[in-house]
Design a protein around this ligand. Structure first.
Ligand SMILES: NC(=O)C1=CN([C@@H]2O[C@H](COP(=O)(O)OP(=O)(O)OC[C@H]3O[C@@H](n4cnc5c(N)ncnc54)[C@H](O)[C@@H]3O)[C@@H](O)[C@H]2O)[C@@H](O)CC1
Ligand SMILES: Nc1ncnc2c1ncn2[C@@H]1O[C@H](COP(=O)(O)OP(=O)(O)O)[C@@H](O)[C@H]1O
Ligand SMILES: [K+]
Length: 503
């Protein structure tokens, strides 16, 4: 799978279980006991703390009963010794640490007591009394929802404007899925230990983790030798896949995208896909739509060729001429839409299927690596015959299921888009909430279609398309996220497919 065209600069992502299984061995290979790893973890967090607040600042360190809390006690001792005003809060101030806790945690807690740092119950911690809160309540050991008084405390903490430094994973975030379990802390910075946990980058996490800092404790490289990452995070611009245009190229060199959609009264989605395909560099773009929409679509962009098709037979010559198809934008769920969809599915040309195309696919599943499916969670639920909540509860597993069931190239869209493809499983955590507006998906479908037309393999086109679409959304929405439109992405997509890298 690793070819010269694979993404070289990507980060490996892991599950909590992999950390639990191999962190001790990785530490051993690096020359550290688990206890020493914990001391290093505490020190890394303390170093980040020093970057956030100056000596003398008031800090509340909130500790659970496991090893995440253990890291917290080490931070508390270091911060106290360095001259910070430290207040300690414990989930269970009277109880001893769990028996599974490492010795340095026990020692650090004892040292804190000897230094006169009295532990108070966590729910007594009022965030506004402090300059910084250190969240050492739960890390990868979170095993059930945060409930009751603790959940109330988390809600109050989130309402305050006090910055939070989370250790390993913000309390309440599931490190594997990125879901909130009950209630979750919103952190400004998360210092995560040894390796990146996959759940930090998708689901609810983008709103909770803040800036992520990896503290690999010297054991990261050994850990990566012991454990295979099922997912990798794209961190490199994939422009080299497309490369510069050859000087003697002509429009025929850059492929012909056919957008199939725009049923009666629904021209907008096809227009967006069409413009995105043109701006992403397709040599030619045609639209096959219901005859009633020809005038309005043709008036949007004179460079596109717009064809009204009443019956599927009229599509044949267009299908034969296309290098890639985008099937579904505004296609509709009536008989016309179904017949047009069926005609598209009868040809082997690589197809991006989105929107109503996915609706029809869910009725009658097809398996092919020449299909690129771009569902949002609602569409994914229909394809997998479950509900949207099931999808969001475990985005990773459902992206894999879609790939396995349809043998297709899949992106499960949303904050932290997941790609499961014949070129592996990739996470793209670019993009922004500015993109939460109608039409963004149509723009993505057209962009991917244009990349296929220009010669990228389906899985590459999908990965590059999702990446550039998300970056374009970030750029378009950076100054004024509300009111950002899919149309605003078009000129930025044009720059990105020409190698532009935003600062
Ligand atoms: N093992 C190691 O080598 C290292 C571990 N480290 C730290 O250790 C953490 C993992 O430690 P643990 O496995 O002890 O797990 P945690 O400290 O994350 O929490 C587990 C404890 O919390 C309880 N718990 C879980 N969910 C709860 C809920 N909703 N309400 C109430 N109690 C709940 C569990 O019963 C268990 O006692 C990592 O996240 C990291 O911060 C770091 O020190 C690096 C080294
Ligand atoms: N909060 C967000 N963060 C990152 N990307 C987002 C966010 N909200 C939406 N997007 C992206 O915008 C696009 C929306 O697509 P979709 O839901 O199909 O829109 P539509 O059907 O209205 O065109 C997806 O690519 C999605 O990943
Ligand atoms: K934590």
């Amino acid at each position: 799978m690793e070819t010269s065209q694979s993404i070289s600069l990507a980060q490996n992502l892991y599950c909590a279980e992999q950390l639990q299984r191999s962190e001790a061995r990785a530490g051993e290979l690096a020359g550290y006991s688990l206890g020493q790893l914990m001391s290093l973890a505490g020190r890394s967090v303390f170093e980040e703390l020093e970057r956030i607040v100056s000596v003398g600042a008031s800090i509340a360190i909130c500790c659970g009963e496991g090893n995440n809390g253990g890291d917290g006690y080490i931070v508390a001792r270091l911060a106290h010794q360095a001259g910070y005003k430290v207040s300690l809060y414990a989930l269970n101030a009277k109880a001893e640490l769990k028996q599974t806790s490492h010795e340095p945690a026990v020692q650090a807690r004892r040292a804190c007591r000897e230094l006169g740092l009295e532990e108070r119950p966590l729910t007594d911690c009022t965030a506004n009394d402090y300059d910084l809160i250190v969240d050492a309540v739960f890390g990868i050991g979170l095993s059930r929802p945060v409930e009751g008084a603790l959940a109330e405390w988390v809600r109050a903490l989130n309402k305050s404007r006090v910055p939070v430094l989370a250790i390993d994973v913000p309390t309440g975030i599931n490190a594997d899925s990125g879901c909130i379990m009950g209630e979750a802390i919103v952190a400004q910075v998360t210092v995560t230990m040894i390796a990146y946990k996959r759940g930090l980058f998708t689901g609810a996490s983008p709103g909770h983790v803040g800036r992520i800092v990896l503290a690999d404790l010297g054991a990261g490289k050994y850990f990566e030798r012991l454990e295979q990452p099922a997912w990798r995070r794209v961190t490199e611009n994939p422009y080299s896949w497309l490369g510069d245009r050859v000087a003697h190229s002509h429009k025929g060199t850059h492929g012909h995208v056919l957008i199939v959609g725009a049923g009666p009264g629904m021209p907008g989605a096809a227009i967006l896909a069409m413009v995105a395909a043109l701006r992403a560099g397709a040599g030619k773009v045609s639209v096959a739509c219901h005859p009633s929409n020809v005038g309005i679509i043709a008036s949007q962009q004179p460079e596109a060729m717009v064809h009204g098709v009443e019956a599927p037979e009229q599509l044949n010559h267009l299908l034969n001429a296309a290098t890639s198809l985008v099937v579904g934008p505004g296609l509709g769920r009536d008989e016309w839409g179904y017949k047009i969809y069926q005609a598209c599915m009868a040809v082997n040309t690589c197809k991006v299927i989105d929107a109503d195309g996915l609706y029809w696919l869910a009725q009658d599943p097809v398996h092919s690596s020449q299909l690129i499916l771009t569902p949002h969670p609602g569409e994914a639920a229909r394809l997998l015959k479950c509900n949207t909540r099931d999808i969001e509860a475990n985005r990773f597993e459902h992206a894999l299921s879609l790939h396995n069931q349809y043998h297709a190239q899949i992106v499960l869209k949303g904050a932290g888009s997941l790609i499961s493809s014949t070129r592996g499983n990739w996470l793209i955590d670019r993009g922004s909430p500015a993109m939460a507006s109608g039409g963004m998906g149509d723009c993505l479908a057209g962009l991917i279609g244009a990349l296929v037309a220009q010669g990228l393999a389906p899985a590459q086109a999908l990965t590059a398309g999702v990446y550039w679409h998300a970056v374009a959304g970030e750029v378009a929405g950076s100054k004024a996220p509300r009111g950002t439109l899919a149309s605003d992405l078009m000129p930025i997509i044009r720059k990105l497919v020409n190698g532009w890298i935003p600062e």
